[in-house]
Design a protein. Structure first.
Length: 524
């Protein structure tokens, strides 16, 4: 038996070659890989010796030869194929180990040039992988170091690989080739040759997603669904979660969990977010998880029933005990104490997810965000840069005679952060780091304001002295009048309406402070 090994990433390849040699498999290799294996005392034949033709064109042509592809493609169950090999002196290649030139890593470098990219487009490697994967019933193909150990273990135990294993390896190989070609297409079709600048939106978008699981059904029981992740997921994103207990996540669980997690991880102090039907119905910050939860729950206890709850801080036993007052679908946090997990076992149906927060730093939140958002439309796709804008105090423009107090500024920032995650039209009342009323998803901004106040009334919360955020500008003064009538004393909004001055005059007339952000946060 022959194994052809030609890898760009040498991780684990020496140990693999040693194991194959011990199994009696003859080693064939190329260039630097052959030199590495030979230096370890392994008997290895150069591909040039196999083909009788030297490598040429700086290594661009070395494996593109009938003695390589014939050995990979010949079907062992067809006498005519085997006769052809014998006639032309071609040996079978039974195992192919290839990983490709690092194209993706190269183009990710900020100083990458077109020449750099072109030199890292592998030709011979993908060609061999396709040949071996096509002939999977007779040839095994390894395309990643993570596959080595299991293959060696099975080969030792069974004196070869099962048909199922070879098929899985072939599928993985074709997936890798697809991913590789997609990355090349994305890069080249995004590049302006004259300026050497890349567009965020390539001429052809090649989405590459890996299925995590099939789901019982979709948004409704008559719909089929599955859950996928990006080929290279961002740290701190929902797809990196580890489910510790509970039933299988549903389509709606995942969608709502994502909304809750994206919102809660935007806070840098202990926070709790409760989401129902993709909208935050309670958000609060406090000194610890328990206090944050108690404040968030107080906003809208009715909607919180059957909700998704997310924390950006460790969850302890006291917090889990407090959660006992409501039905929880999904509970998420960076970590849980041992006592908390033990208590949660009594609620076996609660889905408990542990998700690490993004790495630290000033842009920690952005690191865990999508860079591009997509939305399906009829036979098409909308793509946009994600709404990752973070508002700072210095970004606010006070437009009224009365300026917000320091405490009001903090509430305005909190309200603005929450409004970003509420479906448009969004109106959010807050006080002391806690949502007091949330109005979401209405065709009229006035109705969102009224619904927010109704919610506060149901929760027996007073809106006197609250701060209000509006995700988009007030087109007329009537919206401002509604929130001030309910008790708001300061307002944050983007501005940008042709009637801004009318709204500013109304704020001055009502004696409230108002700041403009210059940024809108529609969320549909």
């Amino acid at each position: 038996m022959n194994a052809l090994i030609s890898v760009s990433d040498k991780t684990g390849v020496v140990e693999l070659a040693q194991a194959l040699h011990a199994l009696g498999i003859q080693l064939i290799s190329t260039g630097g890989t052959a030199q590495l294996l030979s230096a370890q005392g392994l008997p290895v034949r150069e591909v040039a010796e196999l083909t009788g033709f030297p490598e040429m064109l700086d290594g661009r042509v070395k494996t593109l030869h009938p003695k390589v592809h014939g050995g990979l493609l010949a079907r062992r169950d067809l006498p005519a194929h085997m006769q052809a090999l014998e006639t032309h002196g071609i040996e079978t290649i039974d195992l192919l180990v290839v990983n490709l030139y690092p194209f993706e890593a190269t183009v990710a470098m900020p100083d990458c040039t077109l020449d750099d990219a072109i030199e890292n487009i592998d030709i011979g490697g993908p060609a061999m992988v396709r040949s071996a994967a096509k002939n999977w019933k007779h040839v095994a193909v390894l395309t990643d170091a993570s596959q080595y150990a299991a293959v060696v273990q099975e080969w030792k135990a069974d004196q070869g690989l099962s048909e199922l294993t070879r098929f899985k390896l072939a599928v993985a190989a074709f997936n890798r080739i697809s991913e590789y070609d997609g990355a090349i297409s994305d890069y080249l079709s995004s590049l302006d040759l004259a300026s050497q600048q890349r567009s965020l939106f390539p001429g052809q978008a090649n989405g590459r997603f890996i299925k995590l699981q099939d789901l019982r059904y979709g948004e409704n029981p008559h719909q089929l669904a599955a859950f996928y992740r990006d080929a290279n997921p961002a740290p701190g994103s929902l797809v990196t979660a580890r489910q510790l207990q509970g039933k299988e996540l549903s389509f709606n669980n995942i969608a709502d969990a994502d909304a809750a997690w994206e919102c809660v991880k935007s806070f840098d102090t202990p926070a709790c977010v409760i989401v129902k039907h993709a909208n935050p119905c309670g958000v609060a910050v406090a000194e610890n998880a328990l206090a944050a939860y108690q404040k968030a729950y107080q906003t809208d206890p009715t909607s919180a029933f059957g909700g998704i709850i997310a924390f950006n801080c460790p969850v302890d036993l006291a917090t889990v005990q407090a959660l006992g007052q409501q039905f929880v679908e999904v509970l998420m946090a960076p970590s849980f104490s041992g006592e908390a997990l033990q208590q949660l076992q009594a609620k076996a149906n609660v889905r408990v997810l542990q998700i690490a927060l993004p790495p630290g730093g000033d842009n920690a939140w952005a690191q865990g965000q999508n860079m591009i958002d997509v939305k399906r439309v009829g036979s098409g796709l909308l793509m946009q840069t994600a709404d990752n804008h973070v508002l700072h105090l210095d970004d606010m423009q006070v437009v009224t005679d009365q300026a917000p107090t320091p405490a009001q500024l903090q509430d305005l920032l909190f309200a603005w952060k929450v409004a970003k995650f509420v479906k448009s039209n969004a109106i959010v009342f807050v006080a002391n780091g806690m949502t007091m009323g949330v109005g979401a998803g209405q065709m009229s901004r006035l109705d969102s304001a009224r619904i927010a106040s109704i919610k506060a009334g149901h929760a027996k919360l007073s809106l006197q002295g609250t701060a209000v955020a509006s995700d988009a500008f007030f087109p007329f003064r009537d919206g401002l009048d509604v929130v001030v009538d309910q008790g708001a004393t300061c307002v944050i909004q983007p501005g940008g309406s042709m009637r801004d001055q009318e709204v500013i005059d109304a704020a001055n007339e009502r004696g409230v402070a108002m700041v403009f952000t210059g940024v809108r946060h529609f969320r549909h």
